[in-house]
Design a protein around this ligand. Structure first.
Ligand code: ZN
Length: 114
């Protein structure tokens, strides 16, 4: 599974850590353990100029996107190398599930959103 970059409705991209507008939202493939089996899924990761300001892997992409008011497909394509650096980091260090994340995913799944 590849990383999916979510751009469709930029106004609804909200950072769930701080509630500010997120620069970019990506969905990263992950594998989670459920009982004795493993389930492949995706975790949503927001790039936030506030929350990620100290994230080393995100420095390039944050600097790049700081000149854009609105990030569209063209900007993302042009971001190539700096975006890749951040995405590579996400793939190598997939977001971990907390219990509350897991509860939310299960609720989403049960309500048919996944
Ligand atoms: Zn944030």
């Amino acid at each position: 599974m590849d990383i999916e970059i979510v751009l469709d409705d930029a106004d609804s991209l909200i950072c769930h850590r701080c509630g500010r507008a997120a620069l970019l939202v990506v969905r990263v493939p992950t594998v989670m353990r459920m009982g004795s089996g493993q389930v492949s899924g995706r975790r949503t990761v927001e790039l936030c100029s506030h929350c990620d300001r100290n994230e080393v892997s995100a420095q390039g992409v944050l600097a790049y996107f700081s000149v854009y008011e609105r990030i569209d497909r063209e900007a993302v394509d042009a971001a190539g190398p700096v975006l890749r650096e951040w995405l590579d980091y996400l793939v190598a260090n997939p977001p971990r599930y907390t219990d509350s994340d897991m509860d939310q995913e299960i609720r989403d799944w049960e309500s048919g959103e996944m």
